[in-house]
Design a protein around this ligand. Sequence first.
Ligand SMILES: [Zn+2]
Length: 248
Amino acid sequence: MKSITTVRSTIVALALGGIAPVASAKTTPVGPPTVEVTSRDVAASNAKVKAAYDALINMWSADFKQIGEQFAAPRLARYRSPIRTSCGVMLPNNAGYCSADNTVYFDDIFVAAQAKSAARALGTDGDMAGLGVIAHEMGHAVAIQLGHESRLSYDNEATADCLAGAFAQHAQVDKSLEQGDVEEAVFGMSSAGDPTPQLTGNDRVDQRILARMERVGHGTREQRVQNFRNGLQGGAGACLAEFRGMRS
Ligand SMILES: [Zn+2]
């Protein structure tokens, strides 16, 4: 199959950020080097994204109903070149949720590359590393629709990561989660973490570095993995108070 593009999977650092952090997403890239993505890879990835999207809408609609709310299902929009949205321009190699038009945008080549990088590293099909991106963006929609939007970027990212974990738990209960999926999701999140801050030992400088990470960051790898695990183990109730005590 002819390769349609080469995606630097190091750009993963931007993936799980949502729309808001895009402008400031010039974090130092981490993660494995390049993978080549064929049009067949992208087609297979898109089919899985569609199935995961349907499962996400079903899950969150049911969960919202249980707490007496109604989930407004976000649209799902693929793109490859820069696209204008109600939240500004979405650039390639990214994904994001825009609440102003209630849409999850994703670069489909980028998501396919996530899966392929995970597949290569773990020896599995890698799909959950890509789907985790969609589940995370859907997590932003869930949180925002319930009125949770912190001024601190890290809080929003932690909640979205946790809700992505809750989706993985749900998929596990449904028996639709395959062997290796959890490892893949954690792999995707790990590659997507902000670099661990290099502290200087100077208290004032370090305070500033840490405060900045809280404003613009998605969290370190360790934090992201932990946030995902919280949702995976505790379900949506571990992420947002509204879902606490809900039967799963
Ligand atoms: Zn995000």
